[in-house]
Design a protein around this ligand. Sequence first.
Ligand SMILES: C[S@@+](CC[C@H](N)C(=O)[O-])C[C@H]1O[C@@H](n2cnc3c(N)ncnc32)[C@H](O)[C@@H]1O
Length: 289
Amino acid sequence: MNNTPTWYQMDHIANLVNEDLHDLLVLATTNGIKLQKKSGTITVHRNDLTRLFEEISRDVPRRRHVLTKSLLPHLDLPWAKALKGIYEEDAAWPASMSPQQGEFLRSLIQNINPKKCLEIGCFIGASTLWICSALEDCGNNGILHSVDLYGDKMPFKHIKYMFLLDALSYIQKRLDEAELSHRNIQHVGHSHLVGSQYDKLIGDELDFLFIDGDHTIEGATGDFLLYEPHLKKGGYLMFHDIYPEVCGWDGPAHVINSIIAKQPGKYQFVELDTAPQNYGISLIKKIAK
Ligand SMILES: C[S@@+](CC[C@H](N)C(=O)[O-])C[C@H]1O[C@@H](n2cnc3c(N)ncnc32)[C@H](O)[C@@H]1O
């Protein structure tokens, strides 16, 4: 079930890309993009979004993640090729974890050899592929459950080119290309809704939990409170984007400081600096239930 709308409001888009609505309407019509009035607001059809964002970001310089040298020798392998393809997308920067962080995650999974993993927030699939490729190497029937709204990825603040239609189909295509589809189960929907049906949808306890979804205090706290009880004693939890002053989000830091750090008998944790931006990772081991 995909909850993407067919018509997008132009005032909402103007807001997303920080442009004047009138300028945007002129840009669309002069480029032959049809607009329609619906319930009093001017809208654009989903099929025209790609062209609209191409026009909006025509002169905006792209930023890209740079592949790490240690990944390059693997590029004849399907999983590495698929990841390279993801990192070549305009949309990948900065929301996908960097290759440096991905290699850390891959190596962590290879070392802890988990059977059941869950990630909240997969965006266009970079973290998904890093984890699934490691599970494949472990050869232990490990599975990654991924929870995301999937749907269309829209630009964000000044990153006007961060756009990709239908993330779910995109990720499935990349997983097939990586020959890793058998390692991933996708749950489409709000993480709080999926988490409230954990027993039915996911089942037994987790060895590894990665929280990288809604980064607001309310969203990250809700994810932690819903999913952490399903993490085994001895299991690992990872947060991305833990330094609000760099990444601009305060949810993960809030959970770490106000819940995790206050229970030293239950968790051991370490904060890791990350490259190339120090958005930060926190790695937490649950040592007591
Ligand atoms: C920062 S991106 C994840 C990046 C990904 N882990 C990676 O490194 O490749 C955050 C993702 O969380 C998803 N998300 C945000 N709020 C959510 C929610 N309440 N439920 C499910 N997914 C959510 C967004 O759709 C987005 O794809």
